[in-house]
Design a protein around this ligand. Structure first.
Ligand code: PLP
Length: 410
């Protein structure tokens, strides 16, 4: 008889997005002619950079000839992409990495979810709240989370609230944690940490022998100088941090699938006997066993975003979304809302009006102005009273949405 991993049974259904979909479907049934604007999902709408498209076409053609055919590639990724990543994303910031410290993958969701494979089940885990749900759910699956409490928190997870009251800067945990997930620029709040604030976390990890799992999926959206692009800009971070990056939001690769994870050789964790093991070695072993590499075509497409034309095309796409973010921030502020994020990230996090819950605001926005967003409480208990809108929409839709909101509140 096969037994299931009962930890999976503890997971609530994907309540957030299925509940959103259910509510939108119900609304459409009663309002069949309503013109709904969707600013809820985290998917991009701009097409791939032309440089990537051309590179992928060339790669497809290579696969059609026996002398340029590529079969299984290295599980860690092709050197041509790894070298390009180091040369462009790290070396200019004074960070030196060896190629064996960079692991190309099919995206940051898989890697942030799978990294727990190489970490013991007894580790204590800290997360900022609200949070990208993958960090928590993957720990529930591994049995690290304890039980779901009535307040929406897991009993063995340490929640670090990020709200307007603390300017979305999480306090260091009151009780020691072994693993800390940090995501900056942040999904869902769109906020960031300065170098000085991130240093506090690196120092905490160094002093407490903790591991930081740093998700920098939105790094390309940073506009302010004091915001670090990589955790390795902070002294000592190479001893305590693993960094996750993604081409999804940088270059429209949400459907193509490519990202990478940096596991410096210096990052170690303990064995039960008190020895220390390099996590690089374990992650390499894990990937070689369970992952067979990102496709050659995809990696050529990713490499091309670092070409001069590719960089220019990526800049244009990001500028497009960030102009949406600016229009949304200004439009919402003019309509009287308190808004956060949207300066170094494509997410706008707005405070719902006094006494209005995240879900009540969702209903109001849908029924009054036919706009779909995401209730903040869906990202964690500290998201209650907030609401997420994304800047990934088409310009026209973004402008129309702001016009409707202005009239609604006017
Ligand atoms: N990390 C964060 C914080 C995200 O918001 C997302 C996607 O929404 C991901 C990772 C997933 O990225 P990828 O498409 O590379 O799997």
């Amino acid at each position: 008889m096969a037994l299931v991993n009962e930890n999976f049974l503890k997971l609530p259904g994907n309540y957030l997005f299925s509940e959103v979909a259910k509510k939108v479907t119900a609304f459409k049934t009663t309002h069949p002619n309503a013109d709904i604007i969707r600013l809820g999902i985290g998917d991009v709408t701009r097409p791939l950079p032309a440089a990537s498209l051309e590179a992928m076409h060339r790669a497809v053609d290579e696969l059609g000839h026996s002398d340029t055919f590529h079969g299984y590639g290295p599980e860690q990724g092709y050197d041509f992409l790894i070298d390009t990543i180091i040369k462009n994303d790290y070396a200019p910031r004074g960070i030196s990495l060896s190629p064996s410290e960079v692991f190309v993958s099919d995206g940051a969701k898989s890697d942030t979810g799978n990294i727990g494979d190489i970490l013991g089940h007894d580790n204590t885990v800290g997360v900022t709240d609200p949070v990208y749900p993958v960090y928590i759910d993957s720990n529930v699956m591994a049995g690290r989370s304890g039980d779901l409490l009535a307040n929406g928190k897991w009993s063995n997870i340490t929640y670090l609230p990020c709200t307007a009251e603390n300017h979305f800067i999480p306090a260091l945990p009151a009780q020691r944690v072994d693993i800390i997930y940090l995501c900056y620029p942040n999904n869902p709040t769109g906020t960031t940490l300065t170098r000085a604030e991130l240093k506090k976390w690196v120092d905490y990890a160094l002093a407490n022998d903790a591991l930081i799992l740093y998700d920098a999926a939105y790094e390309a959206y940073i506009t302010e100088d004091e915001v670090p692009h990589s955790i390795y800009e902070i002294k000592g971070a190479k001893k305590v941090a693993i960094e996750f990056r993604s081409f999804s939001k940088t270059a429209g690769f949400t459907g193509v699938r490519c990202g990478y994870t940096v596991v410096p050789k210096e990052v170690t964790a303990c064995t039960e006997e008190g020895g220390r093991i390099a996590l690089n070695q374990l992650w390499n072993r894990r990937q070689c066993t369970k992952f067979n590499g990102t496709s050659y075509i995809t990696q050529r497409g990713a490499e091309a975003i670092y070409s001069p034309e590719g960089k220019q095309q990526v800049r244009e796409t990001i500028a497009y979304y960030m102009e949406n973010a600016r229009l949304m921030r200004e439009g919402l502020q003019a309509a009287g809302f308190e808004v956060f994020g949207g300066v170094n990230a494509p997410y706008i996090w707005l405070k719902t009006p006094q006494g209005c819950s995240s879900w009540q605001f969702f209903d109001q926005l849908l029924y009054d102005v036919h706009i779909v967003g995401t209730p903040g409480v869906g990202f964690g208990p500290s998201g209650e009273g907030y609401f997420r809108l994304t800047a990934f929409g088409q310009r026209e839709d973004t402008l129309r949405a702001m016009e409707r909101i202005a009239k609604w509140q006017g």
